[in-house]
Design a protein around this ligand. Structure first.
Ligand code: PLP
Length: 448
């Protein structure tokens, strides 16, 4: 399991972490820099906690995905998985580059459209789409809906007919392969809630092909997230290829295969998933079928593009025991360590701090939960009160999972683009925490 603790090898040093993060450099004077911009300068200007995203990294990584597919001679559409990071600035950047979007809710549909992504470049995935969401998606003419069950197929057909439209669909098939990732992020096993059982796929596709209001074009599969090896992809695509051939042999037409997302990144010492290897698996298993292919990457392009800046509130010494560094950022900002036991690199912003010999420490947030822990027994340079750190690889499944638990305002967000930083969300004002709450008159202060 990619995210599981404990690790048996030594934690990577700051130098080793920086070597796998080309957008980060340690400058002797300015400290940690992202794309040539001092992260200390950003923290001084907007405070902490603050999310910082590198636009260049996102562009470079999306381009690498696209180039890998082209180099393999594949005709592939790229639909960015909006749920990884749904900020309008991110979606606008991707829309400008011509990418499509993979969405899982009406809210994400609205965001993608607002960011200027054309409806026909939007794919609607998701295990439970409400009638209202489907209506909206069909009315806007989304390019494709990935159907998760026989029940949903009928609902879509009924809604499309009522609107006088035809919904273009694929069936999302659960290929029952083990992506060997964390239990909370695997989706392609028969035991998971996602997708249509493989055995039911062919007959349901035959039915979909005759349903009024439905234009059935093919299949989709998505086996999980943070996948580092190409083997589960190959296994899944091989099963999907068999399915395509068996359905075609019944005289049905199949023109689309949506190959899902899930490519993993290097959080610790892993070798990240390689787009070229993914393209190789797609070509080997599906390349001969004359299909229009698509992928839905989320974590891979945006994860390494982001850091979360925090500051040490307290260095809680405990004699001979590892100290607790209590940060001003917490699980309400970055949930992944609490939720998935995720390992995130932590690098001091100050070059002096970073150069101090490491000792084991626990890094925690101030939220009233023991699970509010970013790192346990982590080898880190000693950090004094006031020291600032960057928590690495937080561009994906970071800000999007934040809450205001413990009445902690949503953190600020900054985008670095071409050497200049822009505020893309101010820190939430305290009264915004309750501005939509109302108190019944008999409970208001001063009422007798
Ligand atoms: C979450 C999700 C993705 C993106 O997964 P990543 O691991 O972030 O690449 C793609 N497709 C579907 C259907 C998803 O649910």
């Amino acid at each position: 399991m990619a995210d599981a603790l404990p690790y048996t090898d030594a934690d990577p040093t700051v130098t080793e972490l920086l070597a796998t993060h080309p957008n980060l450099k340690m400058d002797g004077v300015c400290g940690l820099m992202m794309d040539g911009v001092s992260l200390t300068a950003i923290a001084n200007a907007v405070g902490t906690p603050t999310w910082v995203i590198s636009a260049d990294t996102l562009r470079t990584r999306m381009a690498r995905l696209k180039n890998a597919m082209q180099a393999a001679g594949l005709d592939v559409s790229l639909h960015y998985a909006v749920k990884a990071n749904d900020h309008l600035a991110i979606l606008s950047l991707l829309g400008k580059e011509g990418f499509g979007a993979d969405i899982v809710s009406g809210g994400e549909l609205a965001r993608a459209l607002k960011a200027g992504i054309a409806a026909n470049k939007i794919v609607f995935s998701g295990v439970g789409k409400s009638d209202a969401e489907l209506q909206e998606a069909i009315a806007h003419g989304v390019g494709q809906i990935n159907v998760e069950s026989a029940e949903e197929l009928d609902i879509i057909a009924a809604i499309a007919q009522k609107l006088g439209r035809t919904a273009t669909i694929t069936l999302r098939i659960n290929p029952d392969v083990d992506a060997k990732t964390h239990a909370k992020i695997t989706t392609g096993l028969a035991a998971n809630k996602f997708g249509i059982p493989y055995e039911e796929a062919a007959s349901l596709y035959a039915r979909a092909s005759t349903l009024p209001g439905i234009n059935a074009v093919g299949f989709a599969t998505h086996i999980g997230s943070q996948i580092l090896s190409v083997a589960p992809y190959r296994a899944a695509y091989a099963r999907m290829a068999e399915l395509v051939q068996s359905v075609r042999s019944q005289g049905l037409s199949v023109s689309v295969m949506d190959c899902g997302g899930g490519l993993g990144i290097s959080y610790r010492t892993e070798v990240e998933g390689q787009p070229e290897a993914l393209a190789g698996a797609m070509k080997a298993e599906l390349g001969h079928l004359g299909l229009k292919l698509a992928i839905e990457p989320g974590r891979w392009p945006i994860g390494p593009a982001g850091v979360l800046l925090g500051q040490v509130i307290l260095n809680k010494a405990r004699g001979a025991e590892a100290p607790f560094y209590v940060l001003d950022t917490a699980m309400n900002d970055l949930l992944r360590p609490s939720m998935y036991d995720a390992w995130h690199g932590i690098v001091p912003l100050s070059a002096q701090d970073a150069a101090t010999p490491a000792i084991p420490a626990h890094v925690v947030g101030p939220v009233c939960e023991s699970g509010d822990t970013f790192a346990r027994d982590r080898l880190l340079p000693p950090l004094q009160r006031g020291a600032r750190v960057a928590i690495l690889d937080t561009g994906a499944y970071g800000a999007v999972m934040s809450s205001t638990y413990n009445s902690r305002p949503m953190a600020a967000e900054v985008l670095i683009d071409n050497g200049t930083w822009h505020s893309i969300r101010p820190r939430q004002k305290r009264d915004a925490l309750w501005h939509t709450e109302t108190v019944p008159a008999h409970l208001t202060a001063g009422n007798t």
